[in-house]
Design a protein around this ligand. Structure first.
Ligand code: GLC
Ligand code: CA
Length: 554
């Protein structure tokens, strides 16, 4: 496999609104990010992905862009952005921006012009259909609830939005639209970006002609996914985008790809794939139900192990997955993947080690390195996120009580990950000197960066050691390129695997509170990482403590 500059990197996702506020308006901003670059460098981060900071009405927190060539004044200026890129470069770091091109904002000038003249050039940038009384062009349900069709203001047409009504879908069948997208990507890459994370990209190809599918809920609508499963030919768009943009700059691109077919993996992430990498969402989608969050089933340690191993098997040596335990669309990984009641520094470190040592590119989401947890919501009024609000209504409509509905939403709410970064035990966790736009998690007095950086046994320091190990010249080749082979796969609540390259490493996690004995197949040369002070070993048998994680050189 041809080596690429991103293979051995460690990436970190910033949600700008909640990272660090430099001017006291309660909203995180780019100068705030610049002031924390040394923090990230110290941790060992190489690539920083910023969730959108373009001008936006923030209907979906920036995933609704009204100008692809600007920076929202709430986040700073273009000069700030240029400075961030330059300051990152000084530290050998790369900045990724978020590429949101399945849709724009209804406040983008393209959409305004489409409203003025739906039959003109910009009408062709969107999916428009004639309005018929009492009938929608198709029966698809938006990801955020309700029909995907709304009236195009001032006209006799309707427009398609698979997400929120303030996020009209762009028509990728139109070559003029695609040119605009490529022009924008190149404009940013010229500024020195390292690349992009590519949002919701599997939605750009619709199954044509648009038509109804079998309803899957009482509302008579069907999930957009039913249509996407029938859409063919997305590769033509993705290949063209790669050739016209990323490839020319040797840029890193990581796709938010949910529904690729296994046989298409080489096209997506093989040598000369559409993307450098795609996220592994296997564990995040496990147990989800078509009915809504309220109907999802909890994931067990066994399920988590199987999800990771299945994804690894599917990809094998074809390319690189990007591995996550959380992002801005998910609850906190430690609250989700660790059985209830067992969330503690040891179990958090175990989850970190198991995820981080998988083959692929590790992505840390802001605060994950501190072991930040889900938020205790006491009412739906505290929830900002639009998808959580919709899921709350879906649960109520299904007959759940308000308490039960809140419970279900609280478990999965995207706001769990969106609360301000916990920097210190000062007011508002040191995130802002003003009033934060979203409530800070009350546990910031114990879980915060300042406290953890000065505590050698903290979750933060464990992450730092994991990153250092990945970069250690003795082990880097094995950790980056080594083959992954499960070990004792059938053993209950044990997740263990080899990484075999120049060296042979064994990663073992006792995924439960109870002790468990593990007999090594061969002598161990060295303990490279341990989330406990000691290893209790007799002969070749290790008595693993509750949630103990070990990385051994064999
Ligand atoms: C992606 C983003 C999510 C957003 C959606 C629509 O899934 O990660 O935050 O709501 O796309 O842009
Ligand atoms: Ca600010």
């Amino acid at each position: 496999m041809e080596k690429k500059w991103w293979h051995d990197k460690v990436a970190y996702q910033i949600y700008p609104k909640s990272f660090y506020d430099s001017n006291g308006d309660g909203i995180g901003d780019i100068p705030g990010i610049i002031s924390k670059l040394d923090y990230l460098k110290d941790l060992g981060v190489d690539i920083v992905w910023l969730s959108p900071c373009y001008p936006s009405p923030l209907a979906d927190q920036g995933y609704d862009i009204s100008d692809y060539y600007g920076i929202d004044p709430r986040f700073g200026t273009m000069e700030d952005m240029e400075k961030l890129i330059a300051e990152a470069k000084k530290r050998d770091m790369y900045i990724l921006m978020d590429l949101v091109v399945n849709h724009c904002s209804d406040e983008h000038e393209w959409f305004k012009k489409a409203c003025e003249d739906p039959n003109g050039k910009y009408g062709g940038f969107f999916y428009l259909r004639d309005k018929e009384e009492g009938k929608r062009p198709t029966n698809w349900r938006s990801y955020f609830g309700g029909s995907v069709w709304d009236d195009l203001p001032g006209t006799d047409k309707q427009y398609l939005h698979v997400f929120h009504k303030k996020q009209p879908d762009l028509n990728w069948e139109n070559p003029e639209l695609r040119e605009e997208v490529y022009k924008n990507i190149n404009w940013w890459l010229e500024k020195g970006l390292g690349g992009f994370r590519i949002d919701a990209i599997m939605n750009i190809k619709k199954a044509l002609p648009l038509h109804d599918y079998e309803p899957d809920r009482d509302d008579g609508l069907c999930s957009v996914r039913a249509m996407l499963a029938q859409a063919e030919g997305i590769g033509e768009f993705l290949g063209e985008m790669r050739d016209r943009t990323f490839r020319k700059y040797d840029a890193f691109s990581v796709g938010e790809v949910f529904s690729e077919k296994p046989e298409e993996l080489p096209d997506f992430i093989g040598e000369n794939g559409y993307f450098s990498s795609i996220f592994d969402f296997n564990a995040t989608i496990f147990g989800k139900s078509g009915k809504g969050w309220y109907d999802a089933s909890a994931i067990t340690p066994e399920d988590y192990k199987n999800c990771c191993f299945q994804a690894q098997e599917r990809v094998g040596g074809v390319g690189f997955l990007s591995n996550i335990i959380e992002n801005h669309d998910q609850p906190r990984g430690v609250s989700y993947y660790i059985p209830q009641g067992d969330c503690c520094p040891e179990s958090k470190k175990m989850l970190a080690a198991l995820n981080f040592m998988l083959r692929g590119i590790p992505f840390i989401y802001q605060g994950q390195e501190l072991g930040m947890e889900n938020v205790p919501f006491s009412s739906i009024e505290e929830v900002d996120d639009i998808s959580s609000q919709d899921e709350y209504l879906v649960a109520l409509n299904a007959g759940l009580s308000p308490e039960e509905a809140l419970d279900a939403v609280a478990r999965y709410s995207r706001d769990n990950a969106r609360t301000p970064m916990q920097w210190s035990d000062e007011p508002h966790a040191g995130f802002t000197e003003g009033e934060p736009w979203l409530r800070v998690n009350p546990n910031y007095r114990t879980i915060n960066a300042a406290a953890e950086q000065s505590d050698p046994s903290s979750v933060w320091n464990f992450y730092k050691r994991l990153i250092a190990l990945r970069k250690d010249p003795l082990y880097a080749e094995t950790i980056v390129y080594g083959v992954l082979e499960p070990f004792l796969r059938e053993r209950h609540n044990l997740m263990a695997y080899y990484r075999k390259g120049e060296k042979t490493l064994l990663v073992i996690g006792n995924y439960q509170k109870k002790e468990q004995d593990v007999t090594l197949p061969a002598p161990c040369k060295k303990v490279l990482l341990n989330n406990y002070p000691e290893v209790s070993m007799e002969g070749r048998t290790i008595r693993m403590q509750g949630y103990q994680a070990l990385i051994l050189e064999m």
